[in-house]
Design a protein around this ligand. Structure first.
Ligand SMILES: [Zn+2]
Length: 178
């Protein structure tokens, strides 16, 4: 009886992993192209950001651009050499990899930006403006697109290293202003 239960469990597990494989293959086949993530160098957050970006935007690969506390760097918008470097990498991702989705992420327990979540989210929103300005200064006309073709999404990686989407305020403000 005990043995038979074990066999049942084993065959159920086999079946479940088979189903998971089929689902994975199905989705992987539909993942195309590149997205871009601007995130911390912290090794605890990159897997979560990559997975979320792939799932949310259906991209197969995610170019990762890192700086310690990148949301703060982009929010302050003062360190010209680093900002220029980020912009160069962003352009490679957009031009050569065809990325049209930029995810800016911040995270819990960040050594580069040791502020609480609320302040870090403010940094993320300011970072979004900096990224938007960067994109608008790129020669997108060479690619036959405008900056509107590029989506920016904001992400918080929480204390369980799980991704939480931060709704962008930009479209709401536009609507109120219009
Ligand atoms: Zn960090």
């Amino acid at each position: 009886m005990h043995q038979s239960n074990k066999e049942h469990t084993a065959s159920a597990q086999k079946m479940l992993s088979g189903i998971a494989k089929v689902i994975n293959l199905f989705f992987r086949r539909h993942l195309i192209g590149f997205g871009t993530a601007l995130e911390c160098m912290d090794g605890r957050v990159q897997g979560a950001t990559r997975k979320w970006t792939k799932r949310m935007f259906g991209v197969r690969y995610v170019d990762i651009i890192t700086q310690p506390g990148i949301n703060k760097v982009l929010a302050e918008n003062t360190d010209i050499p680093i900002l220029e470097n980020i912009k160069t990498m962003l352009w490679i991702s957009i031009k050569d990899h065809g990325s049209r989705t930029i995810v800016a992420a911040a995270h819990h327990n960040c050594a580069g930006n040791p502020n609480e979540q609320e302040i870090q989210i403010k940094h993320l929103r300011l970072a979004e403006k900096t990224i938007r300005n960067m994109i608008e200064s790129l020669p997108l006309g060479e690619l036959g697109i405008t900056s509107e073709a590029i989506t920016i999404a904001l992400l918080w990686i929480n204390e369980r290293w799980m991704p939480e989407a931060i709704p962008s305020k930009a479209p709401i403000l536009t609507r109120i202003g219009a």
